[in-house]
Ligand binder design. Structure first.
Ligand SMILES: C[S@@+](CC[C@H](N)C(=O)[O-])C[C@H]1O[C@@H](n2cnc3c(N)ncnc32)[C@H](O)[C@@H]1O
Length: 257
């Protein structure tokens, strides 16, 4: 008879609570073999005093989606203490990290060279957020019925100069936890949010795009999410995290929402 974990966190998902506390005496190595990156993650977090910034409840939201969809195409804005965890939750699918600061990419990859991380340039600053939220409406190349990313220099909210692999794939899950948006000269999350909305709307494959946005306690994140990710597509949220499921949309609508 299996012993069940009954102590600790009551917010653990039920399937975890029903895991046997002792290994099966005759485990089959062919079912669910542990991936090397998952072993790396265990080793890393077991020996690190620095933990990811998102809370247990926040991480659980995307964890539950990745559990269902993985292997999937997972795009993460930002490189941080959580990166090894994200990659290990999608061990057999591509997980790509987009990071604004080249020095931070070098620092993180020194300890985790197996992560796929690329530096991305941003053309915005947080202090321009209010103006961008109005002025994009006057730029036809930003309009939802025309919106595209690669090479779209006319729309400042479009991330037009990303590594080719970003444009080549359709991303099933997008986590927006960067770039930095806490001082006026920082790039802010405006272009990441707009570009995630464009990627989701342009999806050709079956299904929705899951977009997670962190730091929604801040005005700019909330405003841009309401404008581009749309509250009607918000399916969940906890703490400072919102979760959207955005369907493909090729209508000629003049509004994102
Ligand atoms: C808001 S943080 C998100 C951090 C992530 N959720 C985590 O748990 O580490 C996003 C951005 O902050 C910057 N950043 C985070 N930690 C940093 C550090 N220790 N040094 C320099 N930049 C850092 C990076 O540019 C990163 O993309």
């Amino acid at each position: 008879m299996s012993a069940f974990l009954t102590v600790g966190r009551h917010d653990w998902p039920s399937y975890l609570l029903s895991l046997p506390s002792r290994p099966n005496p005759s485990p089959s190595p062919t079912t669910n073999p542990t991936h090397p990156i998952q072993l790396q993650a265990i080793l890393h977090y077991a020996t690190s005093k620095i933990t990811p910034q998102q809370s247990f409840q926040e991480i659980t939201q995307s964890f539950n989606v990745l559990r269902k969809l993985s292997p999937c195409n997972f795009l993460v804005f930002g490189l941080g203490y959580d990166s090894i965890m994200w990659a290990s939750l999608n061990p057999n699918g591509p997980t790509l990290f987009l990071e604004e600061t080249p020095e931070w990419v070098t620092t993180v990859l020194k300890d985790a060279p197996f992560l796929n991380a690329k530096t991305v340039p941003y053309r915005t600053q947080l202090k321009e957020a209010d103006r961008l939220l109005t002025s994009y409406k006057e730029e036809p190349y930003c309009h939802p019925n025309k919106a595209f990313l690669k090479g779209n220099r006319k729309c400042r909210l479009a991330l037009e100069n990303l590594p080719e692999e970003v444009y080549e794939k359709e991303w099933d899950v997008i986590m927006i936890d960067a770039p930095r948006g806490y001082f006026p000269e920082a790039p802010g999350r405006m272009a990441a949010i707009y570009s995630a909305a464009v990627m989701a709307r342009n999806r050709k494959r079956v299904g929705v795009t899951h977009v997670f946005l962190h730091d929604v306690d801040r005005k700019v994140e909330r405003q841009f999410a309401k404008e581009f990710l749309c509250m009607k597509y918000k399916v969940g949220g906890v703490g400072r995290l919102w979760h959207f499921e955005i369907p493909p949309n090729n209508s000629s609508s003049t509004h994102f929402c």
